[in-house]
Design a protein around this ligand. Sequence first.
Ligand code: ZN
Length: 348
Amino acid sequence: MDSSIPGGSVVPPLFDLQINGFAGVDFQTPHVRPDELLRAVRGLRANGCTRFLLTLITDRWDSLLAKLRQLRQTRDSSPELRAAIAGWHLEGPFLSSEPAYHGAHNPAWMLDPTPNHFSELRVATGDDLVLLTLAPERGGALDAIALAVSLGFKVSLGHTNAPATCLREAAAAGATGFTHLGNACPQTLDRHDNILWRVLETPGLNISLIADQRHVSPPLFRLLHRLIPGDRIFYTTDAMAAAGAPPGRYHLGPLELEVGPDRIVREPGKTHFAGSATTPVEAVFHAATMLGVSWRETWQRLSDLPARWLGLPTPDPAAANAPRCEVRVSPAGQLEALRAVLPEPLPA
Ligand SMILES: [Zn+2]
């Protein structure tokens, strides 16, 4: 299938495993309306991303389940939403409540994971794809990881200050990911022993990085690519409502956040970041800039590589009526044109 953009290339559509909101829509608020969800989905598609994991961050457990049930119902009401929302990413509430490690999450709502939580979560999500980010040092977490994997959940570690042995035990119990390495930790770390060194020494983890040139500094971004095997690095935007929208004030659940012309998302008066305002296609090009490589090399890390890790199908974009992105990039590496194409008709 040729590109309908003159001089364009055909590539797989982008897939982002952590989207908290987009185009002014905050997924964390209760009762997100179908038209709002469609606005976010279309905004993401305009930025090359046709599928994503809708991400819910730490909230009171009952509120989280209620939001999931409602979002699932809304998704099921529309073929367009069903095609876009590949599953759910629960980032919390089983995270570290230590200062700085909890990031923008409210520690008061954090919990130790129990078998009961996971059976309730399974009931709320049916047989949907679910990615759980959790901190393995929480009470009972290692048994909970094994149980979660047996129930078909995918487990990623994150927002954690776990010791090295605990990280290894978590990987042995079935955790296969680490969420946004380099973030959700203090500004200043012990140079001899910190969460970065410990994760880098833990075998078997697939690492996600927020590729916006800010959450992970360009030198660290490059070094991580030298240290981590090639197919084990994924990119995410960790986008919140301000992504794909103008600067201003936005919400991430109960937090009011400020996004200036520099596109950095901050809690007013605080230094740490709270999600990003970067779009998926921007992240691919930010990564290429930081690494000094072609966008073609970084594209797969925000498309087929994370999708395959989660067991999602990754059809050949050149096949007839396959989902695809058409992209034209200038000789200097600037994105000139982008179009994401869905199969027609969408499965009912
Ligand atoms: Zn996070």
